[in-house]
Design a binder for this molecule. Sequence first.
Ligand code: NAG
Ligand code: NAG
Ligand code: NAG
Length: 279
Amino acid sequence: MLFSKPPLTLLTLLLTTADLTLSTSSPSPSQLSNRSKKFSIGIVLFPGFEPLDVIGPFEILQSVSAYYPQTISFIASQTGPITSRCPPHVMVPGQPPVNLDHLISVSLTATHTFATAPPLDILLIPGGMGNMVLVENNDTSIESFINSRYKSLSYLLSVCTGSVSLARSGVLKNKKATTNKSFWGWVTQFGNNVKWVPAARWTQDGKIWTSSGVAAGMDMTYAFLSKVYGRVGVVDNVMNAIEYAPHTDPKWDPFSVVWDVPGADPKRSLESCVKPVGF
Ligand SMILES: *[C@@H]1O[C@H](CO)[C@@H](O)[C@H](O)[C@H]1NC(C)=O
Ligand SMILES: *[C@@H]1O[C@H](CO)[C@@H](O)[C@H](O)[C@H]1NC(C)=O
Ligand SMILES: *[C@@H]1O[C@H](CO)[C@@H](O)[C@H](O)[C@H]1NC(C)=O
């Protein structure tokens, strides 16, 4: 404490004005009280989930839970191992299903079913090719689960194409959301009156947070935890501990240009700098 405090202040002063505002902001009373509150977190799994959509945010949450109490439940249609391998699915309408069995995969263990999941404060829905299969099969189990829990949740988060389930469940009505930019056209056909944001690393609208594709989920998780707990201290230290420099500008989105998302600015620079946060 004695020797870490002064350099912290000094280095803070050396940063840019934008960083100064963020770094010097001390946690609000609500953020302080959230630090001792035990948040119950649920992450949904389905066959064909995108590994990093789940593990990226989870990595950060696990580290943060060393300091701020949390519990985690992995929730799926059935308990046990859930594979990231996508079941065969129709890529082009009218064509036979594409078999993806040659892809390597990993399984995560579902601890609860949609019926047995405990009360939750935070629910995260990942994306992945598997949610195309769920849509094809008219499987609405994730959407029903979202609807049954939405009112009691403090926060609902989606990563990548996970926003499809939010759109289909109806909770995105008149709300801002974003998604994986390479699947923009497919995802944005779902939901009524969703305010899809074409260039966004992540969005927040009330208690709903949505991120762009895959790795963007880690940036959203950092922004989300900074909001809930305050970023100074544990949240920033975790970034330095896992040696990850999150993008902190929600409008930073070169992938909207790469993937020609309608509404994105094609003249936008594709290069941008990230740097470590905190100390
Ligand atoms: C899903 O619903 C559509 C429209 O009702 C139907 O045409 C299709 O056969 C259904 N698919 C499955 C796998 O049940
Ligand atoms: C979009 O999702 C697909 C499939 O999950 C993934 O392969 C791809 O990298 C994602 N694209 C972006 C821009 O994140
Ligand atoms: C603290 O958590 C509660 C949910 O339990 C939430 O309503 C409140 O907004 C949080 N505080 C902040 C600053 O996010």
